[in-house]
Structures are given as structure tokens and as C-alpha cells.
Design a protein around this ligand. Sequence first.
Ligand SMILES: NC(=O)c1ccc[n+]([C@@H]2O[C@H](COP(=O)([O-])OP(=O)(O)OC[C@H]3O[C@@H](n4cnc5c(N)ncnc54)[C@H](OP(=O)(O)O)[C@@H]3O)[C@@H](O)[C@H]2O)c1
Length: 238
Amino acid sequence: MSYPQIGNALVTGNSSGLGLGLTHALMRRGAAVYGLSRSGCPEAIAGDVRVDLAEYDRIAPAIAQLLDGVKHLDLVVLNAGLLGQIQRMPDADIAELRQLMDVNVWANKPILDHLLVQEIEVGQIIGISSGAAVSGNHGWSGYSISKAALNMFMQLYAHEFPGVPVHSLAPGLVDTGMQAFISSEVDVERFPALKRLQEARGTGSMPDSDTAGQRILESLERIRAVPSGRFVDLRDLA
Ligand SMILES: NC(=O)c1ccc[n+]([C@@H]2O[C@H](COP(=O)([O-])OP(=O)(O)OC[C@H]3O[C@@H](n4cnc5c(N)ncnc54)[C@H](OP(=O)(O)O)[C@@H]3O)[C@@H](O)[C@H]2O)c1
């Protein structure tokens, strides 16, 4: 199989989980990776800046520092994300709902704006979304709302990057800290839709993050074939 050449990439949230899996897959292909998270990437990557994406005003200076001198990015993956509590909507605290929107949606704005203002040439942009963006199952709360908003955010930004494929992407289930939380903390008697996730853990339907990152890279061409701005579920790609 032939894959598009990726010389460099920006991956947000690559200190753990899917972002780290993607980073490993990119590094195996010889790509230079620029990353952004609170705790930092455990790998020696081309550039790594620590920033809390909940602190909006710190993001623009952080991305400017990270991409100083970078004129071209083959791939941008807006992956950093927060799950929040699995809960009934009346139990959801508004401060937590706002934080989910801040990290999962608005944090991506200064990042994409920087690419536009600095006229950094970009090959492909992916916002990591979730099946929860459309399923709306009981308990998904602010996570579902933020991922649904992210889908529209990516669709609207697609207009700002003419000629560049821009998509929101549900990666499918990935065995990361998020799923560990769902397995150990969530009461599936109250939120039965999450039982499927708990049962998937440790099976082939929930690959580890390195396998999932590799799958995303292998799917880049098929994602590019989907009209820009659309939401793509990796599980629906042939
Ligand atoms: N796991 C799944 O089954 C699944 C399914 C669908 C979609 N997703 C999506 O995949 C993406 C990655 O999730 P994951 O499962 O890999 O979870 P994870 O292991 O918890 O990783 C989340 C990443 O986001 C970063 N992050 C979170 N809050 C941040 C903040 N305030 N500031 C900066 N960075 C922050 C974390 O870095 P620090 O903690 O170092 O800041 C970490 O690198 C998320 O967008 C998630 O919604 C996951």
C-alpha cells in the first residue's frame, strides 16, 4: 500500500493516548512531529510546548513559539480532548460544561488562526471527534455537545482553507486513559449505552493507541476523498 509522504506534522495532545500513538506512527515514517499538551510528549520530537488548552490566552503565544520558523505542515491533527463526567444533564456543572467546550472546541481556534495568519502551507487538517458527536446517548453530557460543536467548527474552518482537506474524524474506540476511566468509574446500570464500551475493552474492537494511530495514517487518502468539511467515522471507511 502506498501512503502520502508526510515530512512533518502537528499533533495536539500527544503526551498520551491516541495523540502519542499517532506520534509514534508518524515517527516510524520519519516525520518531524510538533506537539502540544500540559505534560509534554515522552518522545524526543521536533518541537514540544507545554500549555493548558483551557487557558485560552496562552494558546496563541504557545503555538507561535512551537511553530516558529515552520512554513509548511503536511498534516495537522487537533487531537487534544477531555471526556469530563458521564452524568445526567441536570447534574452537569456549568463550569465543567464550559471547560469541555474550551478544550475540545475553542482551543483549536487560535491554532488554526495561527496557520492562516502566518500563511503556513498545510496539506491536511483533521479534528479528532467522536461517535458521541452524533449518538447523543444518555450520560455523554458535555463531551457529546463539545464534539458535535467541533464537527461544525471544522466544517466552518474548511471554508477558510480552500483546497486543503479539512475533516472531523471519529477514530473508533481506542484503549486509552479515557476508556480506562469509562471502564472503572462509570455506572453502566445508570448509563447502559456505555456497557458496549466496557465490554469492548481488551478485544479487537478497541485497539491500543499505537494501532489506532497507525490506522489513521493509513486512512489519510480515504479521508481526503471525502468532501472537505465533513464528519468522517473511521469505522465507515471501506
Ligand atoms: N479513546 C477513545 O476511545 C476515543 C474515542 C473517540 C474519540 N476520542 C478522542 O481522541 C482524542 C484523544 O483522546 P484519548 O482517548 O487519547 O485520551 P487521553 O489519553 O486522555 O489523551 C488526551 C490528550 O489530550 C491532552 N489534553 C487534555 N486536556 C488538555 C488540556 N487542558 N491542555 C492540553 N492538552 C490537554 C492530554 O495531554 P495532557 O494531559 O498532558 O495535557 C493528552 O495528551 C480526544 O479528542 C478524544 O475525545 C477518543
